[in-house]
Unconditional design. Structure first.
Length: 129
């Protein structure tokens, strides 16, 4: 399956969920929400892969403690990585292959769900450091 078809699947999933998204420089950007938590998610389909970046809407007051937490989480995560941007903002990044026409939708949906789960799980700890 080509990237255009994977992008179409991603857009259809977002529309089904009622997510308002916009395209900027090859990235699809939308807001994700779980309870009172609201963050920005950026996605890009390229070379048979979907990249997903979940960006927390705050900076960590103690970057050293936050980095230690990120390292602990990265040892437990099944996929992707949690890290701090240069400005101290936490980001969770994951990717998934989209080249298989029979399971691309399931993989894309799974990557978006997994990203949201990681962010929701880490929110309280990272917002307090």
């Amino acid at each position: 399956m080509d990237d255009t078809e994977a992008l179409r699947i991603l857009c259809a999933l977002l529309e089904r969920e009622g997510a308002e998204w916009r395209e900027e420089n090859g990235w699809l950007r939308f807001r994700s929400k779980r309870g009172a938590m609201l963050w920005e998610t950026d996605c890009r389909v390229s070379d048979g892969m979907l990249l997903v970046y979940g960006r927390f809407p705050f900076r960590c007051a103690d970057p050293d403690e936050a980095r230690t937490f990120c390292e602990e989480m990265n040892r437990r995560l099944l996929r992707g990585a949690l890290y701090l941007n240069e400005d101290g903002t936490p980001v969770y990044r994951c990717s998934v292959e989209t080249d298989d026409v029979y399971c691309a939708e399931q993989r894309i949906s799974g990557a978006l769900r997994y990203s949201a789960q990681v962010i929701a799980y880490c929110w309280g700890r990272l917002s307090g450091v």
